[in-house]
Write a protein of this length. Structure first.
Length: 429
C-alpha cells in the first residue's frame, strides 16, 4: 500500500523541469503563405502544421480578441462577483452544517474551496486587470498578495508559487518537456513501472484524493524557490526543505481548516468539534478528486499532443495550445439559465482551449468566444477536441496507467509515442 508521504516523495523526485526556459514564444514576424486546408480527421492522426494557413488563422484570432477587449466592463465584474458569491454561500452552508456528520456539509465545503481556486486562477492570470472599474483587490497585483493570502486564497499552495509554476512555466511551454504539468511525463514512475494494472489504478486513486498537497504544494514551491536555476536552464531543481513546505504550505492551511474553524464549534461540545474536523477532512478529499477530474485531463489523452520543439512564432504557438488542450461540455452550449452552473461546476476549465489562447480574459468572455474559436478551427483545419469531462477522465487514466500514449508533434510531423508493455497488452485485448 502507499501513504501520502510515499506519494509526495515519488512526486518530488520527478524533477519535472528537465529544461525550463523562461522565454515565451516569439511574436509572429515571418510571413507564412501556406493556404492548403488541413485534412486532419477527427482523430488528428494526419495533422500537419504546414497545412494550416497560419497567417489567416492568427489574423482572425486577433480580430476576435480585439472585439472582446472592446466589450470588457461591468458585466464581467458582476459575473466574477456572482461566482464568488456562489462559492461563499457553499462554504457558509458547509460550515453551518458541520457540527454533525452529514453528506451536505463536506460537499458544500468542497465546492466553496474549489470556487476560491477558480477565482485565483483567473484573477492571477490578469483576467480582470484591464476591466474598467475593477477594484484593486481583484487584480493580479493585489489579490492573495501578502496578508491577503489568508483572506483571498488560503490554499495549500503559496500564491506566488502557483502563479510562477502555472501562469509562466505551464502556459509558456504547454506540452513541452519543460512543462511542469506534463501528465504523461510526470507519471512515468507509474506507467513504466513493473506494478500490476490494479496497483497502478490504486496509485492513481491515491493521487486523486491527495494531489493538492502531495503534488501541487511541493512542486509549485520548489520551482519558485529555485527560480534562479530555472532561468539558467538547470537540468534539475532540488526539493524544497521540509521546514519551508510545512511553514509555508501545510501549517497555514491545516491550522485554518482543521483546527481554528472547527474550534469555533466548542460551545456545542466535543462531538461538534470532532464532526467539524471530520467534515472538513472529507471535504478535502472531495475537493481533491473534483479538481483532479477537471484539471488533470485538460492536456492529457491519446488525442492530445506533446511537442519536442519550441513554436516558431505566435501563430504556431496558438495552434499548439489548441491541439494540446481539450474542452469539456461548455455553458455556451447549454440553455441560458444553466450556463453559469455548468461552467462553475467545472471551474471554467471546460474552456481550456480558449483559455490557453488568451489566459488574461475574464471568465465570462470564454462563453462568448468558444463557439467562434471552434468554428475558426473547423475553417482552418485545426483539430479542436471537445468531450464530456467523464470521458476525458477515462482518457487521462489510460495515459497514467499506460494503456495509451499521447501524440507527439516533432516539428511538423505527428507521431505516436510507443506504448508500455502493459499498454500493448491492453490495446490488444
Amino acid at each position: 500500500m502507499f501513504s501520502a508521504a510515499t506519494l509526495r516523495t515519488r512526486l518530488r523526485s520527478l524533477n519535472p523541469l528537465k529544461r525550463v526556459l523562461a522565454e515565451r514564444a516569439p511574436e509572429s514576424g515571418t510571413k507564412l503563405s501556406h493556404s492548403q486546408e488541413n485534412t486532419a480527421s477527427d482523430s488528428g492522426e494526419s495533422f500537419s502544421m504546414s497545412a494550416v494557413n497560419l497567417e489567416g488563422f492568427l489574423a482572425e484570432l486577433d480580430a476576435l480578441r480585439k472585439e472582446v477587449d472592446s466589450k470588457l466592463g461591468q458585466e464581467d465584474l458582476d459575473h466574477l462577483a456572482k461566482m464568488e458569491r456562489w462559492g461563499r454561500t457553499a462554504s457558509a452552508i458547509g460550515w453551518g452544517l458541520a457540527w454533525f456528520p452529514n453528506p451536505i456539509s463536506p460537499v458544500a465545503l468542497a465546492i466553496g474551496r474549489t470556487s476560491r481556486w477558480i477565482t485565483m486562477h483567473h484573477v492571477g492570470h490578469k483576467g480582470y486587470d484591464k476591466v474598467p472599474g475593477v477594484r484593486p483587490e481583484r487584480t493580479s497585483r493585489v489579490f492573495a498578495k501578502g496578508w491577503r493570502r489568508m483572506l483571498d486564497w488560503p490554499d495549500w499552495m503559496v500564491p506566488e508559487a502557483w502563479n510562477f509554476e502555472h501562469n509562466i512555466l505551464h502556459h509558456g511551454a504547454t506540452g513541452e518537456e519543460r512543462d511542469p504539468d506534463l501528465v504523461e511525463r510526470n507519471v512515468e514512475w507509474i506507467h513504466k513501472s513493473d506494478m500490476s494494472q490494479a496497483k497502478r489504478y490504486l496509485m492513481l486513486a491515491g493521487l486523486a484524493v491527495s494531489w493538492k498537497f502531495t503534488y501541487y504544494a511541493p512542486n509549485t514551491l520548489r520551482v519558485l524557490t529555485h527560480k534562479h536555476l530555472i532561468k539558467q536552464s538547470s537540468e534539475t531543481t532540488p526539493p524544497v526543505p521540509r521546514k519551508d513546505l510545512w511553514l509555508k504550505c501545510y501549517l497555514p492551511y491545516g491550522a485554518i481548516n482543521f483546527v481554528a474553524i472547527p474550534a469555533l464549534f466548542a460551545p456545542l461540545g466535543p462531538f461538534a468539534v470532532a464532526s467539524a474536523v471530520f467534515n472538513s477532512v472529507v471535504a478535502e478529499a472531495i475537493e481533491n478528486v473534483h479538481t483532479f477530474a477537471i484539471i488533470g485531463p485538460n492536456h492529457s489523452g491519446d488525442d492530445m499532443y506533446r511537442f519536442t520543439t519550441r513554436p516558431k512564432n505566435r501563430a504556431e504557438s496558438y495552434v499548439r495550445q489548441i491541439i494540446g488542450s481539450v474542452n469539456y461540455q461548455t455553458g455556451s452550449e447549454a440553455p441560458e439559465w444553466a450556463r453559469n452552473i455548468v461552467d462553475f461546476l467545472q471551474g471554467y476549465l471546460n474552456y481550456q482551449i480558449e483559455h490557453h489562447i488568451w489566459a488574461d480574459l475574464p471568465m465570462l468572455r470564454y462563453q462568448e468566444l468558444q463557439p467562434k474559436v471552434k468554428a475558426l478551427c473547423a475553417k482552418y483545419g485545426v483539430p479542436y477536441v471537445q468531450e464530456n469531462v467523464f470521458a476525458r477522465v477515462k482518457k487521462m487514466s489510460d495515459i497514467v496507467v499506460g494503456n495509451t500514449t499521447m501524440r507527439v508533434l516533432d516539428g511538423e510531423k505527428a507521431e505516436r509515442a510507443p506504448l508500455s508493455n502493459d499498454g500493448l497488452a491492453a490495446a490488444a485485448e
